[in-house]
Ligand binder design. Sequence first.
Ligand code: SF4
Length: 390
Amino acid sequence: MERYAVSHVRETGLERLFSSLQPDIARILDKALAGGEITVEEGERLFHVRGLELLGLMATADELRRRTVGERVTYVITRNINFTNICYTGCRFCAFARPAGHPEAYTMSLEEVVEKAREAWEWGATEVCIQGGLNPHLPPTIYEDMVRGIKEAVPDIHIHAFSPFEIWYGSRRLKISEETFLRRLKDAGLDSIPGTAAEILDPEVRYRLSRNKLSREDWIRIVTTAHRLGIPSTATIMYGHIDAPVHWARHLDTIRRIQKETGGFTEFVPLGFVHEHTRLYREDGARPGPTGMEDIKMHAVARLMLNDVIPNIQVSWVKLGYKMAQMCLNAGANDFGGTLFEESISQAAGSTPGTYTSPATFERLIRDMGRIPAQRTTLYEIIRVADEGP
Ligand code: SF4
């Protein structure tokens, strides 16, 4: 068997493992350790690894994580506020939306939203994360009204709110440009936006996921506009449905390109498809979410492809569960995400891990891995490192 002549792995103590790997995989992993840029083709190849090669991928991603962000695993105390589930977009993967009049349809009043933010601040949250359905029965100013109302009541809380699709929709309802809408939200107190609604940034896959949702170009234009205006965002992928490794590698490359241009992404968050109550699974033949191996590979390849431009890779404990999240934190990821308090969207689709993780639970789970827990702000400033005090 051809052997790979190791070079950059020497300093990591991985020589033995690397010398047993298929040479093309060892070469890609070695290139990553040397700081080389992993191409789309190489990324796609890594999504197919199994056995020893998978162990090599995990070890390489873990080593890069250690070099870039060290042994801390961060988390943020945040409250999710999903202010309405009324939506008519009809995304095939969504089990959260309801039409008005449905017994499970709900819309929170402005006062309720503000009260939830006030409560969150009193409980120690530094952030509220606000997203909802596209509800045409709400006034077009609702997005600004929520931001302004929260900032008046709790001036120091970080408002992380409104997906690029909500920005798209809100600007159209007000008949103003996306840029003007984002400026107005920022003036009202918006601090950052979630980079959700990205799903897979591939036109064909998107069309099958939702015919009415914003396009790949729309998503890219809105996040780059936000970044240009000084509004950072997260970046996400939703994987494990009708997609394939080639789409994942291209998606990561698109995120990398945007980040090189704007520097506005704070982290990358892989979101595995939660299938149970969705039409995409029940009627369209989608897979029942990613496998455990795919979850690990997604976090590891993300670390290899994004390490130089986005240092933070987040696990979604809501989608993965705690144990799988711990595995991914040993395969390139470094952030445990948020406490959430009352997450509704994954729950509606059939996710089981629960709606709240306390800081004490995060810290136990992180210590159990031999790593160092640290509470952070939305923008990754460290507030407190466990055992070191504030
Ligand atoms: S994913 Fe969002 S936009 Fe699509 S149907 Fe669900 S709530 Fe509406």
